[in-house]
Design a protein around this ligand. Structure first.
Ligand code: F6P
Ligand code: MN
Length: 314
């Protein structure tokens, strides 16, 4: 088909990035990650669902798939020619690819988020955070790009380089083509996704959840962070929370690999992401393993969480 005849549905990822004047090395990096995801989806579809016999830094048993997804992505990044440091949720340490990070990017990622639900065939994903230079322990607001790939019944890719959020779908040729650009989120939710054990919710979180239900929000929780955030972005009317719990003041999810990239995407879509006191993206990480509570999605409902939490602390 001639260039003229192309509809927006045939715009592929590389072309979309180039048309937005994204720096060529960042285009290359994002496309390399997209390439790696093709091998990850293949492993998910056909690979061994058993345990690898190893555990990660957090004491979680690794699946053969966790290890494989990590290797696929790490290798691709190491050989990309544009990456300084790599930090994977499945690795013990930051991998230094180049000592001179001038003009390079550093990448933190969760290669296979939701691996505890992969054996029941629910949707899982890859989450990626990209900074310029070497330092990965900076506030999320300094990310130059964030993205995720969702391995559901269909494979989709969501990215932002700080100019809106754009969704791509994998076609039969395994190419990512544009589905929607400049995705936006409404002010108020009609669905909510609450992570964590309800009997460990604090009174503030109990009240919050009750308020959400009273105003008609339906519970829609899959147990996978990527599909649950994708639901918030695509429906545009949702709020996801994995709050602080009694005995777990920082909740569960990790700042570098999970929260920062999702907060970047959701803010870019006009939503908000808070740790209950202020924006996730303003948190200064103390270490690569930081965790934080999160309330993310429609702005007014994230603000409501902050208001209720503040009131209980007075
Ligand atoms: O990686 C963490 C994760 O699997 C997320 O995908 C998901 O949102 C969360 O944990 C689910 O945790 P829980 O089982 O405690 O609800
Ligand atoms: Mn994860």
């Amino acid at each position: 088909m001639s260039e003229r005849g192309k509809t927006k549905f045939q715009i592929d990822l590389r072309r979309h990035l180039r048309e937005r004047n994204v720096a060529p090395d960042l285009v290359h990096l994002i496309c390399e990650i997209a390439e790696a995801s093709k091998y990850i989806i293949n492993s998910i579809r056909t690979g061994d669902l058993g345990v690898a016999g190893t555990s990660n830094l957090y004491g979680e048993q690794q699946l053969a798939l966790d290890v494989l997804a990590d290797r696929i992505l790490t290798k691709r990044l190491q050989h990309s020619g544009v990456v300084g440091n790599v930090l994977s949720e499945e690795a013990d340490d930051i991998i230094c690819v180049s000592n001179n990070c001038n003009g390079l990017y550093s990448v933190a990622f969760d290669p296979l988020d939701g691996s505890s639900i992969v054996n029941v065939n629910l949707a899982v994903g890859t989450i990626v955070s990209i900074f310029g230079g070497c330092n990965l322990l900076r506030p999320g607001r300094e990310q130059v790009a964030a993205m995720y790939i969702l391995y559901g019944p269909r494979t989709t890719l969501m990215y932002s380089t700080g100019e809106g959020v754009h969704e791509f779908g994998m076609n039969q040729l395994m190419e990512y083509t544009l589905l929607q650009e400049n995705i936006t989120i409404d002010q108020q939710a009609n669905l909510y996704s609450p992570g964590g054990l309800r009997n460990l919710f604090t009174p503030a979180i109990e009240e919050y959840v009750q308020k959400l239900e009273e105003k008609g929000c339906k519970l829609r929780y899959s147990g996978g962070f990527v599909p649950d955030i994708n639901q918030v972005l695509i429906k545009g009317k949702g709020v996801f929370l994995y709050p602080h719990l009694q005995g777990k003041p920082n909740g569960k999810l990790r700042l570098s690999f999970e929260l920062n990239p999702m907060a970047f995407l959701v803010e870019q879509a006009g939503g908000a992401a808070s740790d209950g006191h202020g924006p996730i993206l303003d948190r200064v990480p103390e270490g690569k393993d930081d965790r934080a509570p999160i309330f993310i999605g429609c702005k007014e409902d994230v603000a409501m969480a902050e208001d209720i939490i503040r009131r209980y602390e007075e």
